[in-house]
Design a protein around this ligand. Structure first.
Ligand code: IMP
Ligand code: MG
Length: 182
């Protein structure tokens, strides 16, 4: 076992499950956007970069990619707080079919903030796709495409981190409680 694995409680989503589901999601998105000239995929850094890469490569619809960075200030790094835009898009999204690509919906604050921010920029359409959503109470937000629902625990891997660690694991695992509560 590597040092990283010793800090994990259990694997929640295997690499194979993830890849199978993302292919399905890409197929669903391609069907729904049939006839659309191009999809303007907006990935939310840093967490969504791996999901975005796989989803975009499976997506058989003309698309472009861009990224924004947001930060939610929390007390410990595992609590979400106020959402701030750290890095904006390079181009206006007026008349574009924007698809926000998020890693995880936890409190729902980030998705809510992004929906509000982008809907004010007159896109032709605005939808959201999230890799996972936690089973917990959250702000009523609309997620148009959702990969998986997971328990309300701290998860890492497949883009998700704890203090910048574990991001590039190919699977999603629950972090041992003692790692993030100490
Ligand atoms: P929100 O609470 O829905 O606004 O989510 C805020 C952000 O916290 C997400 O975009 C993630 O970057 C991060 N986050 C929430 N839960 C987890 C988790 O279990 N692991 C890693 N990052 C998380
Ligand atoms: Mg995030």
């Amino acid at each position: 076992m590597t040092d990283l694995q010793q800090e994990l409680a259990r694997v929640l989503l295997s690499e194979e499950e993830i890849q199978t589901r993302i292919k399905e999601m890409a197929a669903q998105i391609a069907t729904d956007y049939a006839g659309v000239e191009r999809i303007y995929m907006v990935g939310i850094l840093k967490g969504a970069f791996i999901f975005m890469a796989d989803l975009a490569r499976y997506l058989r619809t003309n698309h472009v990619v861009d990224f924004i960075a947001v930060s939610s200030y929390g007390r410990k790094g595992v609590e979400s707080g106020e959402v701030r835009l750290l890095m904006d898009l390079r181009e206006p999204i007026t008349d574009e079919h924007v698809l926000i690509v998020e890693d995880i919906v936890d409190s729902g604050k980030t998705i809510q903030y992004l929906n509000e921010t982008f809907s004010g920029r007159q896109p032709a359409s605005l939808k959201t796709v999230a890799f996972v959503q936690k089973e917990r109470e959250h702000i009523p937000v609309s997620v148009d495409y959702l990969g998986f629902t997971i328990p309300d625990v701290w998860v890492v891997g497949y883009g998700l981190d704890y203090a910048e660690r574990f991001r590039t694991l190919p699977y999603v695992a629950e972090l041992k409680k003692e790692v993030y509560t100490k």
